[in-house]
Unconditional design. Structure first.
Length: 305
């Protein structure tokens, strides 16, 4: 089975203050996504598709694209504001339409099972190994996996973070609620983005970090949800995004899909805010010192492979 990695990298990162997907995190100017692809290669992935804005193509090709030459097949898919199923005035729209559009943009480059990740999250090698094992062994259609993390392992030192709060029945996800999570006087308070009342969760509660393992049949559900979104009131259409968790939540609740919770048991690192950058750099250096990665990630210096 040839597995594909889809990397969602079309966002700007407004809270971070720049294009954090291509912010160096080590002495060799590697990005977080370099480490994700390195780990994906170790887990048997053969292709990576970067979903980006077309104006970022040169930046990606001249940096990480160049580093990946001869290591893995690389494709670029462009997420565009005007590629939608209806004709409307988009003069005030400044960003793409969300994660459902991002994955559909990559569809022409995918021919089987695949994994979706964020470009600006470090997930750890075990996460990719668990996703690979799941996809190689799953037999039932419309059955997917979310590689989850404990909330406490994903918090930012700076402030509130957006997380998909998972609700489980044994190892099956019954629902996911996109929420803003904040530490308030030592308690973690999740405020759902759909105006539901805030609720308290424990530090070890499982959350989604947009790391999903999908079979190809998920595309039919995404296409259906994509079309449905644009049948709403035009004001809601223009103000919102077509989000993967919303699509999955709806299909979970109507019983059309199964999503298995696969705890990652890996370190997670991310850069929601500019102040997170130094912590990420120190953490990567520590992982290298522990032997998790080569001192020069893609190099062969000093006999490294």
């Amino acid at each position: 089975m040839n597995l594909t990695l889809i990397v969602m990298a079309a966002g700007i990162g407004s809270r971070f203050g720049g294009l954090k997907q291509i912010t160096p995190i080590d002495e060799d100017n590697n990005f977080i996504v370099d480490y994700s692809i390195y780990d994906a290669l170790k887990a048997g992935f053969k292709k990576v598709v970067f979903v980006i804005r077309e104006e970022f193509l040169h930046d990606f090709q001249s940096t990480i694209g160049k580093r990946l030459e001869g290591k893995i097949e690389v494709c670029y898919a462009f997420q565009k504001i005007d590629e939608i199923p209806i004709k409307i005035n988009l003069i005030n729209r400044t960003k793409p339409w969300g994660t459902v559009q991002a994955i559909l943009t990559a569809k022409p480059y995918v021919d089987g099972s695949f994994v979706v990740i964020n470009a600006d999250d470090f997930y750890g090698r075990n996460a990719f190994l668990r996703a690979s094992d799941f996809l190689r062994n799953i037999k039932n259609p419309f059955t997917y996996a979310n590689i989850s993390y404990e909330l406490g392992a994903t918090k930012s030192l700076e402030g509130a973070v957006k997380r998909g709060i998972l609700f489980l029945n044994k190892d099956r996800i019954t629902s996911m609620v996109e929420s803003s999570v904040e530490d308030v006087d030592g308690k973690f308070i999740a405020t759902p983005l759909n105006d539901v009342e805030p609720f308290e969760i424990e530090e070890n509660h499982p959350v989604s970090m947009n790391f999903f393992a999908f079979q190809y049949d998920v595309f039919s559900l995404l296409e259906e949800f994509w079309i449905y979104y644009f049948k709403q009131d035009i004001v809601k259409v223009l103000q919102g995004e077509v989000l993967l968790p919303d699509c999955l939540k709806e299909n979970l609740e109507n019983g059309r899909i199964t999503i298995v919770n696969e705890p990652s048991r890996s370190v997670w690192l991310g850069m929601t805010y500019r102040s997170d950058l130094e912590f990420v750099k120190k953490s990567i250096k520590a992982l290298k010192n522990q032997g998790e990665y080569n001192s020069h990630l893609w190099g062969v210096e000093n006999g490294e492979k």
